[in-house]
Design a protein around this ligand. Structure first.
Ligand code: ADP
Length: 445
């Protein structure tokens, strides 16, 4: 097992990883930007090193600074967390060539699955059905022709995209070329590559994903599904596990395909296959080759610590469970609390004057907040994940309502009122949801 791990991330996920390391008796190194010296995990880690100024490009995305911090502290592995460098194949390769273990799949796998076009090709050969669409777009004429063939509306997406960025929906031919160039510009600015592709725009699918894990010894297991349909601007805000209202034979089939795909692509570590589910079909959209924000609810329904498992797999250990040992109990919901206005989504950084997280039986709050903490303006708006677990979906919803009622965050705006609105809204309660829930039901753009 590793002796010392460097956590190349910030916020609640850095704290989550630190807790797993401590339970495994592994020493921790926190790296932080100058805006983040007051983060909880920075104070708790065995060692902490400032790796640069507030801007992510100069700190959390600064590969050289992170490798230098590793050399200074004598670590043996790096956990990249979520976002930042977690799906950057160049970083994974640098970590490995510097003599450290990257906690995640190898850089070649990250490269193939990190590009949504090559990822679709890879899973297709293993039997997964991607959303109908194109490969790489080479010219405007070709793109127009392909969009015609697919049929409007279409969605134009950055191959290297993530975090809901680099996505444009195009309703009709007249607006196609302007949306194409808009996506290319956004892709280049956000991901350093203007490679884009086109997919059929599915009108009312649900976002359903499968959590998997694979070790170096040929063992591959899944941990059931999550429904992440409730999104704002293509970003998840509520997740649930397990997914609901899907015939058992469809679930059995997609789980088998997910496990087989891991074997076929020789996948190692934790991963998630993401699908759009519509009219009884699963359409693959992408794979995340890392820990996901919403792993918490899978932990609640299975009782398995996925971060500890991820670290154990990276250390070369065997997954200590067979598929039969992994059971799904009850229903769990996660609400992502963001520092933003609940209707306009305008970010709301600033000082948190009071913070009282909810508690109680089967309530889990993952958060780095404390009273007096200042949310910096530079990073993702996520400040807390509140999770509720109960025997069934309705009682989990009721539990979550109580938890949100109890949550008290003063000094900044949060999206908690939006969550409260959704949790009592009849369509949500009755499982009548899709990825366009906010637009269609709540009239929020
Ligand atoms: P990212 O990597 O940025 O999260 P994804 O490819 O996972 O991008 O898509 C994010 C979200 O965008 C999906 O959950 C879904 O809501 C929407 N989306 C993506 N592709 C399509 C599609 N073909 N039709 C309809 N919605 C889509």
């Amino acid at each position: 097992m590793f002796k010392k791990i460097l956590i190349a991330n910030r916020g609640e996920i850095a704290l989550r990883i630190l807790r797993a390391c401590e339970e495994l008796d592994i020493k921790t190194v926190a790296v932080y930007s100058s805006a983040d010296k007051d983060l909880k995990h920075v104070k708790m880690a065995d060692e902490s090193i400032c790796i640069g100024p507030a801007e992510s490009a100069k700190s959390y995305l600064n590969v050289a600074a992170i490798i230098s911090a590793s050399e200074l502290t004598g670590i043996d592995a790096i956990h990249p967390g979520v976002g930042f460098l977690s799906e950057n194949d160049h970083f994974a390769q640098q970590v490995t060539s510097s003599g450290y273990k990257f906690i995640g799949p190898d850089s070649e796998t990250i490269k193939v699955m990190g590009n949504k076009i090559t990822a679709k090709e890879a899973v297709l050969s293993a039997g997964m059905q991607p959303v109908p669409g194109t490969g790489r777009i080479n010219s405007e004429e070709e793109a127009l022709k392909m969009a015609d063939e697919i049929g409007y509306p279409v969605i134009i997406k950055a191959a290297a995209g993530g975090g809901g960025k680099g996505i444009q929906i195009c309703e009709k031919k007249e607006e196609f070329l302007s949306k194409l160039s808009l996506t290319q510009i956004e892709a280049l600015n956000s991901f350093g590559s203007d490679e884009v592709y086109i997919e059929k725009y599915l009108q009312t699918p649900r976002h359903v994903e499968i959590q998997v894990a694979a070790d170096d010894h040929g063992n591959v297991v899944h941990f059931f599904e999550r429904d992440c349909s409730i999104q704002r601007r293509n970003q998840k805000i509520i997740e649930e596990a397990p997914a609901f209202d899907i015939p058992q034979e469809k679930l059995d089939e997609i789980r088998k395909i997910a496990v087989n795909t891991c074997k076929k692509i020789n996948y190692k570590g934790l991963g998630t296959f993401e699908f759009l589910y519509e009219d009884g079909n699963f359409y693959f959209i992408e794979m995340n080759t890392r820990l996901q924000v919403e792993h918490t609810i899978t932990e609640m329904i299975t009782g398995i610590d996925l971060v500890k498992l991820q670290i154990m797999i990276a250390a070369g250990q065997e997954i200590p469970l067979s598929q039969e040992d992994i059971n799904c109990r009850g229903h769990a919901i996660e609400c992502r609390i963001n520092a933003e206005h609940h209707e306009t989504f305008i970010p709301s950084p600033g000082k948190v004057t009071e913070f009282h997280p909810p508690g109680g039986f089967r309530i889990r709050t993952d958060s780095h907040l404390y009273s007096g903490y200042t949310v910096p303006q530079y990073y993702d708006a996520l400040i807390a994940k509140i999770c509720a677990h109960s025997s069934d979906r309705i009682s989990a919803i009721r539990k979550m309502r109580v938890a949100l009622e109890e949550t008290y965050i003063e000094g900044i705006n949060t999206n908690a009122p939006l969550h409260q609105r959704i949790l009592i809204e009849p369509n949500f309660v009755e499982e009548k949801i899709s990825i366009n829930y906010l637009r269609d039901i709540l009239n929020i753009k």
